[in-house]
Design a protein around this ligand. Structure first.
Ligand code: CP
Ligand code: NVA
Length: 307
């Protein structure tokens, strides 16, 4: 049985809010939660959920995680709370800090999340922003570890938009020393400040590769990952991006030069026949639904270490 630890940082706004050692501990604890081999309880603790964008997996996995831990959640709909009427974050944050024990927030700007963190006395969790999706990445690396046991010599190739999911994979790859290749159309590369932060952490800087060629990126890869081409908030760019991303669909042809034991990941929701084919999602290489399940276990571990 693992001894519970508390994370050094109060918040989980970014994948870089945890150290490599804390990351490895969270993955181990998540595995214990999955195996029902842990007895950590957060009785009477309350998680507030503030979602300014749609969600199925993140919302429900946080709700079930708190329920299993003996706590509860309050789902604050921005449209029926004062948040949607424009109450300042600094007021909402201070008031909710007096009712709740932790907040998970899904919003557009990372700076809004940081504003919440500045004014809250309770931990703030990033439940997705335009910049990062760190809770997703915890479950992603848990799924990779389940398959390959350790991260040594693992090549993770992300094919698609250099978006929030790609950014978090890059940062986590840097923390764990995993080779991360990002293949995206020109102009859709990951955020340069994320890339620079990752390069500061990687001991071997050649382990991070950004390319516009999906075929070379997939060559010999152990994990092939994709996400939607147009993220939430980019609905007006969809038509243009669908054209720009032609050739970046994960299909059986693209993955034929991957490692023979390669697995396929997608954070979901997916647009079949856009970023990935139905055949690949449903193939025996796919670990997409294990990955979705692991959101629950990883977040139980995260919550246990934050509050
Ligand atoms: N992967 C993920 O975050 O899914 P939801 O948008 O359904 O929460
Ligand atoms: N990049 C996607 C992820 C959804 C879970 C988005 O931000 O919409």
């Amino acid at each position: 049985m693992l001894n519970p630890i508390k994370l050094a940082n109060k918040n989980f706004l970014s994948s870089l809010d945890i150290t490599t050692e804390e990351f490895i501990y969270i993955l181990e604890l998540a595995k214990n939660f999955k195996n029902k081999d842990v007895d950590i309880k957060l009785k009477d603790k309350v998680l507030g959920l503030i979602f300014n964008k749609s969600s199925t997996r993140t919302r429900v996995s946080f709700q079930v995680a708190m329920s299993r831990l003996g706590g509860t959640t309050i789902d604050l709909d921005p449209n029926t709370s004062q948040i949607g009427r424009g109450e300042p974050i600094k007021d909402t944050a201070r008031v909710l800090s007096r009712f709740c024990d932790v907040l998970a927030i899904r919003t557009f700007n990372q700076s809004d999340l940081e504003e919440f963190a500045k004014w809250s006395s309770i931990p703030i969790i990033n439940a997705l922003t335009d910049l990062e999706h760190p809770c997703q990445a915890l479950a992603d690396f848990m799924t990779i570890q389940e398959e390959f046991v350790d991260f040594k010599n693992i090549v993770l190739t992300f094919v698609g938009d250099g978006n929030n999911v790609a950014n978090s994979l890059i940062l986590c790859g840097a923390l764990l020393g995993v080779e991360v290749r990002i293949a995206c159309p020109s102009g859709y590369e990951p955020n340069s400040s994320i890339v620079n932060k990752a390069l500061e952490i990687y001991e071997n800087k050649s382990l991070l590769k950004i390319t516009n060629d999906p075929n070379t990126a997939v060559y010999g890869a152990n994990v092939i990952y994709t996400d939607v081409w147009s993220s939430m908030g980019e609905e007006n760019k969809k038509e243009e991006k669908d054209k720009e991303f032609d050739g970046f669909t994960i299909d059986s042809n693209l993955i034929k030069n991957a490692d023979r034991d390669a697995i396929i990941l997608h954070c979901l929701p997916a647009y079949r026949s856009k970023e990935i084919t139905d055949e690949v999602i449903e193939s025996k290489r796919s670990r997409i639904f294990d990955q979705a399940e692991n959101r629950l276990h990883a977040q139980q571990a995260l919550l246990s270490c934050l509050i």
